[in-house]
Ligand binder design. Structure first.
Ligand code: AMP
Length: 219
């Protein structure tokens, strides 16, 4: 399946994407993770992206689209993928459509994770991520690690992302409303959007998502 995951920062896209990708046996492609990997490896791309990310702004399309395209061209993504954090504006959605058309394939669904704004701010402020693997995500209140500051899954150090401060979160939410929400309308016009509530336990949201994807596939 070829799926795009959308939803505001803090909706749990990364957490859900990891489970859904595993359940569906497709790679989880997250442009934010690709940027963070480039930053930690000190690449030119990472240097270009860093200032935008720290400010909560979008990295320019010329950089982002090329990076996403390279990743999607890798062999593990030929049979399908789950995109998380891309596309993030209508220009990127149009570029993705062109890429898919060139390959003669189509998106199967756009999964929209819905969560109220005050909940988003709470979720992000308490979020802690593993330095070894960004799919290992914890929350100080909702999903605390067994030992403070240590990843349950691999023992890695937990840290707060630079762009998870409350001020940057507000900017990221504003960027989401102005740039990313129009994507939902763009895909709705193609009949691809399935919306589910992202509230509740992680496993319940995954089950809801799997059910919604199954129904959309049958429909
Ligand atoms: P995320 O991990 O998806 O929350 O992304 C973190 C940051 O990476 C965003 O706030 C942007 O600065 C940048 N970023 C990730 N994906 C994209 C994208 N598709 N387009 C532009 N910037 C992006």
């Amino acid at each position: 399946m070829r799926i795009v995951l959308v939803g505001p920062p803090g909706a749990g896209k990364g957490t859900q994407a990891a489970y859904l990708a595993q359940n569906l046996s497709i790679p989880h492609i997250a442009t934010g993770d690709l940027f963070r990997a480039n930053i930690s490896q000190g690449t030119d791309l990472g240097k270009q992206a860093r200032a935008y990310m720290d400010a909560g702004q979008l990295v320019p399309d010329e950089v982002t689209i090329g990076m996403a395209k390279d990743r999607m061209a890798q062999s593990d993504a030929v049979g399908g993928f789950l995109l998380d954090g891309f596309p993030r504006n209508v220009g990127q959605a149009e570029a993705l459509d062109v890429m898919l058309k060139d390959e003669g394939v189509k998106l199967d669904a756009v999964l929209d994770l819905e969560v109220p704004e005050d909940e988003v701010v709470k979720r992000i402020a308490g979020r802690r991520v593993c330095r070894n693997n960004s799919a290992h995500v914890f929350h100080l209140t909702y999903n605390p690690p067994k030992t403070e500051g240590v990843c349950d899954a691999c023992g890695g150090e937990l840290y707060q992302r630079d762009d998870d401060s409350e001020e940057t979160v507000r900017t990221r939410l504003e960027v989401y409303h102005t740039q990313a929400e129009p994507i939902i309308d763009y895909y709705r016009a193609q009949g691809l959007v399935v919306t589910i509530s992202a509230l509740g336990k992680v496993a319940d949201v995954t089950a809801r998502a799997m059910e919604a994807l199954k129904t959309s596939d049958e429909g």
